[in-house]
Every structure is written in structure tokens, then in C-alpha cells.
Ligand binder design. Sequence first.
Ligand code: XMP
Length: 326
Amino acid sequence: DWNSGNVIAEQVAKIQAQVGSGRVICGLSGGVDSAVAAALVHRAVGDQLVCIFVDHGLLRKDEREQVEQDYVASTGVRLVTVDAREQFLNALAGVSDPEQKRKIIGREFIRTFEQAEAALVAEAEADGEPIRFLVQGTLYPDVVESGGGTGTANIKSHHNVGGLPEDLQFELVEPLRTLFKDEVRAIGRELGLPEVIVGRQPFPGPGLGIRIVGEVTADRLQILRDADAIAREELTRAGLDGEIWQCPVVLLADVRSVGVQGDGRTYGHPIVLRPVSSEDAMTADWTRLPYDVLSKISNRITNEVREVNRVVLDVTSKPPGTIEWE
Ligand code: XMP
């Protein structure tokens, strides 16, 4: 029967056999799959592995720190972070169309990643130890979906900004290819990864960029990041993480409504809560959250996030709604 300790030992041996003394590179997205894949490879070949993490400025609160500090502390992985926040904001300036935003974010991500990759490749070559392998967090359902075979780097390309361009100069290392998501989480826990990463709900590659309806700006990102952090904190505190597939928090940046606070009139933005229950994100239903939890989230967001004066609940199933608003 299934045992995470055995799977780890098996995969470590397999990675060692594949990689030998070669150098390995891995992109971390902040999500579960890449984090566990990299941790396994690190367990197998230690500092032959180097990871790249792109901070595109569309991350949720504390996500960068959780990768740079907690993840690195628990694994010992060598990590290069690229701070690309300015670059992404500049590229997104003036753009409101959802598809345009996705395209821009995807393009900038690949560009940024490839630059970091090229620098590491050059450094390794100067050392006389070229990088020959690339880690991918491909899961079993991804393999099935793509009809099996190798080189699955691109299967979810429209969905995987956190994923990588297919890069033929590297041989792929895919230690999660036989595993399901819950098994990957079990292995992550066994490897001692932080719960904030192992237990993380699905989060789209384009991040908060597609949860701001309207143009993406630094101020709007800050508002959304604060509101999102409050919603997540209260859902976790209420013990609801297991019941919810994910809960996008959306800022309607181009909408304003009148409100009242203290003895003054406000004219602020609405925040939408989109809690959904689902098996696979193909279909979903809105989660019937307890009223007291909704009330707590609403009170806290309107009190603590100055620019928000209204919190609304999305009660649409998928279909016809999608999970994300963009
Ligand atoms: P929708 O909005 O299509 O979302 O119902 C279905 C699932 O996919 C996630 N999603 C994405 N994930 N890059 C990703 O990595 C994307 O561009 C993207 N768009 C949507 C969404 O969060 C949900 O889990």
C-alpha cells in the first residue's frame, strides 16, 4: 500500500540514476507541485540543483517570503529570486482586456525566466559543469490529459504561466509523474515543507493580475492583496479550507459605489468573494459559507482596507460562470 516514505526513497534513487553528477535547474511558482518536485530533486542531488523564482508583483501577501524564507529554510535549496515587479507593471500599464493581460503576463514571465536561466547556464558553463536537466512538477493527471509520452512541459500552456516554455536544451526530470495531488501533498509534508505551501489552494499563474477587473496598478494590487489576505485568514481560522476548492477575491477596480463610514460619505470599490466547491475545476458550485464567517470577512475588509466600502458574494455556479472573473 501507498507510503510517502517509500515513494520518496524510490524517486530519490531514480533521480540520482538519471542525473548523476549533472547540474539541474527548476522554476518555482510558489505552488505545491514545483515546490515538492524541487525538494525531491534537492534531497537526491543537493546543490547540483538551483531554483529560480520570479516575483512578478502579482503574488498574494507573504508568498515571496514563504518561498524565500520558509521553503528555503526547510529544504536548503539554492534559490535565485528575480524581482520583476516594475517590469510587469510597466508592461501591463493601460491594459484592461483580460486576454491581453494574460498574454502580456505570460510573455513577460517567459522572458524573465529565460534571462535568469541564461545567467545560470553561463555561470555553470564557466565552472565546467553545464546545466543539463530541467525539473517539472508534472502530475499523473497532466500526463494522462496529454496522452502520455514525455516532454509534457507545454500541456497546460494557456493555464500555466507558472510553468515553463518547452526547453529542448534540457532533459526533463519529472519526479511527480506517477502521482496525484493529494499524494504530492503527503510527500511534501513528509519532506518537511511548510504547510502554507503544501496546503495551498489552486492559484492562477497570472495571479492577482486577472483578479483586478480593470487596469492593473501598484495601488490596486495593494488593495486586493490586503483584502485577499483577510479572506484567507478568516476562512482558515474557521476551518473551512478543506471544504473550499479555492476562493478568488476580486477587485472591481472600475466600479465605485456610495457608502457611509463614521460621519462621512465614502465612494469606494467593491470586493467580490468567489468561494467555490469543486472536484477538478471543470465544474464548480458556489460554497454555502456560514453567514457569520461571511460577516466577519466583510466587516474586516471594509474596516481594514480603506478603499473598499462594499463586499459582495458571487453565487454563480460553473457553468455558466467561470471560477475566475477574467
Ligand atoms: P476558470 O476561471 O477557467 O478556472 O473556471 C479554472 C481553474 O483554473 C485556474 N486558472 C488558471 N491557472 N493559469 C493557471 O495556472 C491561468 O491562466 C488560469 N486561469 C484560471 C483557476 O484558478 C481555477 O482553479
